[in-house]
Design a protein around this ligand. Structure first.
Ligand code: NAG
Ligand code: NAG
Ligand code: NAG
Ligand code: NAG
Ligand code: NAG
Ligand code: NAG
Length: 275
């Protein structure tokens, strides 16, 4: 039997710099025709049944992803190489325990592939646990070819975010609106921002912006976004905290994109020739 499987577990964690723990906690699960809504005392979100994407994510009533516009305003897993792919018609199973709830979305295609994306919420945590599992069972065509790209992305459309953080050393303000409006494309996914020399990003980081500048291996503890709450009374963070690094293709030292406004969790990509 041909079998190929990758799995990845990581936590999307939201935090105030000073976290106020409340003693009373609870989990709410509510299903509508199109969505499954999960909430605890700190965060709430909807999972779109057709795609498994997270939408309408709030942390203490602050919108963290903004409104959905195309693929933005969501957190989701996708497979740009289409080796594994979703069917547009995921089946789902809601699972619950005494202090947690989650949803497992499964897409089985007709040639032996399984794509599973799961999201879990614990009643006491300001974060979401995310799992990706890919498998292939086919005795006659034993290889699907290159795995290609598998990634989970926190892809806000607005929200409170002002800074991108790769690790303790590499972080910067996001380029402001004027910098983006006056940017000049210089090569693939790379812009010259020197037309706005006073922009906070240009002052702090560089005349050029590229997502590759914020790449790293998986030795960082967390990477993500930072900003002020709308009332400006406190600071907010959204962080990928990777639990298990061994199943990254290329291993725990594999270098890949971390954050550029989107927060990435790249389980497998061609970056670094790892697929
Ligand atoms: C998010 O909110 C919008 C607007 O209320 C709604 O149309 C959409 O169904 C919600 N998404 C989910 C996954 O619940
Ligand atoms: C999704 O699956 C259901 C149940 O098998 C089926 O009734 C429906 O037509 C499918 N929809 C699409 C878009 O394939
Ligand atoms: C998907 O395929 C796997 C592996 O063959 C199987 O165990 C599972 O029951 C299938 N799930 C669904 C929802 O069809
Ligand atoms: C194995 O893959 C081939 C080619 O994609 C397909 O025709 C066949 O149905 C698959 N077998 C199973 C058991 O899924
Ligand atoms: C991994 O990244 C860290 C932080 O950026 C760096 O210090 C370290 O040298 C890197 N290790 C390898 C093997 O690339
Ligand atoms: C929010 O507060 C920070 C420091 O606490 C300050 O630097 C910033 O200017 C404030 N922003 C607004 C929009 O008031």
């Amino acid at each position: 039997m041909a079998f190929c499987s990758i799995s990845s577990m990581f936590i999307l964690l939201f935090s105030f710099t000073t976290l106020l723990w409340t003693a009373a906690t609870s989990i709410q699960v509510h299903e509508t025709d199109t969505s499954i809504l999960l909430a605890n005392d700190l965060i709430s979100f909807g999972l779109l049944k057709t795609t498994s994407a997270i939408q309408n994510l709030t942390y203490q009533d602050v919108s963290l992803l903004g409104t959905v516009d195309g693929l933005t305003g969501q957190a989701y897993t996708d497979f740009p190489s289409n080796t594994f792919t979703t069917t547009g018609n995921s089946s789902y199973e809601i699972v619950t325990g005494s202090d947690w709830a989650g949803v497992v979305f499964t897409d089985n295609d007709t040639v032996g592939s399984t794509v599973q994306r799961s999201w879990f919420l614990h009643d006491s945590e300001p974060g979401i646990h995310s799992f990706v599992r890919l498998a292939y069972y086919n005795d006659t065509v034993t290889s699907k070819g290159e795995l290609g790209e598998s990634r989970t992305m926190f892809r806000p459309n607005g929200g409170p975010w002002t800074h991108i953080i790769t690790n303790r050393e590499q972080w910067a303000p996001l380029p402001g609106a004027a910098a983006v409006a006056n940017e000049v494309v210089v090569q693939d996914a790379t812009w010259y921002l020197g037309n706005t020399p006073d922009d906070p990003y240009v002052v702090a980081e560089s005349d050029y912006f590229t997502k590759y500048q914020f790449a790293d291996n998986q030795t960082n503890k967390a990477h993500g976004l930072f900003g002020h709450s709308p009332d400006n009374l406190t600071t907010l963070g959204a962080w990928w905290v990777v639990n298990q690094k061994d199943t990254f293709f290329g291993g725990p030292l594999h270098g890949d994109l971390m954050v550029d406004g989107i927060i990435y969790n790249k389980q497998s990509t061609n970056h670094g020739g790892a697929t």
